[in-house]
Design a protein around this ligand. Structure first.
Ligand code: OGA
Ligand code: MN
Length: 214
C-alpha cells in the first residue's frame, strides 16, 4: 500500500452511519453504550470530584431572569469542560467526540467548527422545563449532545427522563428517554423542543454539549 492510502480513511463507520441516518430521518438519534461502562465510571468520578470541590454553578437561562424565575424553569448545576485542560477521562471523551465530528464534517459537510460541553447535575426534585436549545439566540448551535453518567443501578422510577417533542403528520408526539449510563442522545438544536422531567429519587448526572457551525 502506498503511504497516501494509509493516510486516507475510507472505511464506513456503522455506528456513525446509523446516527446520521436517524438524524436525517427523525432529527434525533439514541445510541446506547456509546461510552463503555468503564468510560462512564471514569467520567462520573471526574464529575463528582469537581462537584465536591464546589466548582459547579447553578445553571442560568440568560441574564434577564432572576433566581426564582430560573428555578421555576431549570434546577441543574453545571460546570463547563475545558478541552485544553482535559483530565484522563475527558481526553477519552473528547477523542470520541472529535472522531464523530470529523466523520460528520467529512461525510455530511456539516461544517461543525466549534463545540462546547458541560457537566450537569440534577439534584432530587429538579427538572428543566420544555425548551429549545437555541433560545439564548445562539444560532450556531447545530447539534445538541447529551450523555448520561448515572450508575448501573439507575432505575426508571427515578424519573429525570428526557422527553423529545416532535411533529409527525400534523400531530405532536413525545418520546421519553431514560438517562441510562453510556447512552448518548443527539438532536437538532434548532428544531426539537425537549424537557427533563423531575428527578424523583437520587441525583442525575450527565454531560451536555453542542456542536456548532460558524
Ligand atoms: C439541556 C438539556 C437534556 C438532558 O441541558 O439543555 O436539555 O437530558 N439537557 O439532560
Ligand atoms: Mn436542552
Amino acid at each position: 500500500m502506498s503511504e497516501l492510502f494509509d493516510q486516507l480513511d475510507f472505511t464506513e463507520n456503522p455506528l456513525y452511519e446509523s446516527i446520521i441516518n436517524d438524524l436525517l430521518d427523525r432529527q434525533y438519534s439514541v445510541t446506547d453504550n456509546f461510552f463503555s461502562e468503564e468510560e462512564v465510571e471514569l467520567l462520573r468520578n471526574s464529575l463528582l470530584e469537581k462537584y465536591e470541590e464546589d466548582n459547579f454553578k447553578k445553571a442560568a437561562i440568560g441574564s434577564k431572569f432572576d433566581e426564582q424565575v430560573v428555578k421555576s424553569i431549570r434546577g441543574d448545576f453545571i460546570l463547563w469542560i475545558d478541552e485544553q485542560k482535559a483530565n484522563e477521562a475527558e481526553v477519552v471523551f473528547f477523542s470520541k467526540i472529535n472522531s464523530l465530528v470529523q466523520y460528520l464534517n467529512k461525510t455530511c459537510f456539516m461544517g461543525i467548527l466549534t463545540k462546547e460541553f458541560h457537566y450537569a447535575i440534577y439534584p432530587e426534585g429538579t427538572f428543566y422545563k420544555r425548551h429549545l436549545d437555541t433560545f439564548q439566540s445562539d444560532s450556531r448551535r447545530k447539534l445538541s449532545f447529551v450523555c448520561y453518567l448515572n450508575d448501573e443501578h439507575w432505575k426508571n422510577e427515578n424519573g429525570g427522563e428526557l422527553v423529545i417533542y416532535k411533529e409527525e403528520s400534523g400531530k405532536e408526539i413525545a418520546e421519553s428517554l431514560y438517562p441510562l449510563p453510556g447512552r448518548v442522545v443527539i438532536f437538532e438544536s434548532q428544531l426539537l423542543e425537549h424537557e427533563v422531567k423531575p428527578v424523583l429519587v437520587s441525583e442525575r448526572y450527565s454531560i451536555t454539549g453542542w456542536l456548532k457551525t460558524r
